[in-house]
Write a protein that binds this ligand. Sequence first.
Ligand SMILES: *Cc1c(COP(=O)(O)O)cnc(C)c1O
Length: 701
Amino acid sequence: MSFINVLSEVSSNVWWSWQPEVWQLFHELNPSLWEEVGHNPVAFVERSKDAGEGYEGREDLHAKGQELLTRQRQYLSECGPEACMEAGKLHRAPVAYFCAEFGLHESLRIYSGGLGILAGDHMKAASDLSIPIMGIGLFYASGYFQQSMDENGWQQQRYDEANVNELPIELVCGDDGQPVEIVVDSGEGDIFAQVWKMNIGRNSLYLLDANVEKNSEEDRALTARLYGGDRRVRIRQELLLGVGGVRLLSALGVRPGALHLNEGHSAFAPLEMCYTLMTQQGISFDVARRRVARQTVFTTHTPVPAGHDRFSLELFEGTMAPLRERLGLDHRTFHDLGRVRSGDTRETFCMTVLAIKMSEHRNGVSNLHGEVSRLMWRGLYPTRPIEDIPIGHVTNGVHMPSFLAAEMRELYNKHLPEGWEQEQHNPEIWKSLLDVDHRELWSVRQQLKRKLLSFIQERVSTSTLGQGEGGERIGSGFREDVLTIGFARRFATYKRATLLLKDMERFKAMIQDEDRPVQFVFAGKAHPHDDGGKALIQEVIRASLDPEFRGRVVFLEDYDINIARHMLQGVDVWLNNPRRPQEACGTSGQKVIYSGALNCSVLDGWWAEGYDGLNGFAIGNGEEFASADAQDAHDVKALYKVLEGEVIPLYYQNDGGDFSEQWMRRVLWAKASLGWRFNANRMLLDYLRGSYLPASGSPSV
Ligand SMILES: *Cc1c(COP(=O)(O)O)cnc(C)c1O
């Protein structure tokens, strides 16, 4: 087998998205090509082939390529650990996992943020554990936007179209060799779609793509962008995802054991499933609905009202009438499926309500979010006491191998028992880390920080901001012996990216402190329609350009998984200050556990259940206020109190040595106390035992 074919086979399965050694190999073969193709292995191979490049001169790397291919083949041919057995029945009837976005790797731009990364992590962990899950989503050729800044620090959006020949996807064809065609009926005629298949380890993800000739111009663009359109585009995308997704299952001859609606976008799927049962078995809608609901799992992801899709009845009826007619429902019955108050024609149609009504297994994504969701939706169960509202929780977790630094993995390999990775959800495993020598850990941490600093220099030198006036200053004051705090997430207002800047005097004093300075790295995108979020970015950028901050504040443009990985691995502290209780879970803070930064966060989302007083830092005490202003005023003080009173002193408390033993102790305790709980394997096993097996009718293990 030629070396280029070895590379080609390795790139064909997105298994590589959690193999830093694969990225390293491509980087070593041709660093500039690797950057040019945005870390995309398929594009790298295709362009190498076009250039007639077989890397004959690089025999030094051929063995590595072969080794990775052997490892991949072995992974694909064997069954994972225990869950392989436990998943039992799902091997014949898999879980169909619906989501509007999947975040697998920076080169696959079909995600925007937390929801997508979570779905990607879910697919990856399902593969690692051999839990049969079929992903169903949409193919966005232009994906989510790419971010740059104009000279005023105002966010600009750019959409680049991906080349399907340079992606790890293949067109799904039927027995006749022709591409499978999915048709969904909307109130304005049929929408057609083709289907792409992406292999994610042992499982597959199917992506519906409306860019086919049979469609009108408008519909050809339907799936071009993620979250880029208006309400009309949104409902038509959701129609395609839900109804089209179920039709796809039929076209593939798959009878799913369970449907998992990851967020309400796909809530039309169980309705189409009802229709399938009604036609196959001649049963009524009510009977079909009960059966489908028993099989359906719904995960809600946010308490923020704007995060719950609502459609005007006019738009809804105009788009969904054909489905209503097929189900034989009158307007009121159909509309009531998406309304809290039956018969109230002033209430718009809500996808979350539909999902709740069409599923029997429902969960929020952290303990606190479960509580908040029960409160939020109690109107659907007016006669029940709050504790009996049937919405539970499964706390999110992250796919560790996708985010763990290679240097830290080496340290784990040395100190953790063999097979630790398969056992990562076992608390005992992580305890072995408590004996790690502090100096050894410190040296790995500093290595990671140096990598981040050089990454920052590189990014700043190519950024639109870096070229302008003040360009030399941005990031120029960054030093490896300075406490480094990272903040990266969507610039949604409730996440309060600029909370720190609400007390400029204290911010300045903290950064300018001669003995114990602090440096900050920010990144994040605002939704294209969110001017409030864009204004927050602008505020951060202005601070980064202000000479008073001595080049110790930097904003990295175009936040994506690549930037996330560098930041998560290299900072000392991960800052999270949302307005409680609006952060349903928040997963970026979970990622830093594994590479050794400490969380400093409001007691919201996962941190409300993860923080134990010693494994990181808490901003405030979980207080909530009726007014946002009062809450912000309180939380700014709490934030400075913990930074000035705990974080900074502890980091610089070196007792004459060159680092803080106390800090290292805390980092190890964070790993020991949190590592086993907040990974995606634990999450998958929770879903398997608590939702998938009960939904598919297997006895719970
Ligand atoms: C993990 C991750 C997120 C989600 O982070 P939150 O803490 O939930 O805001 C968003 N974007 C990227 C690129 C990530 O890696």
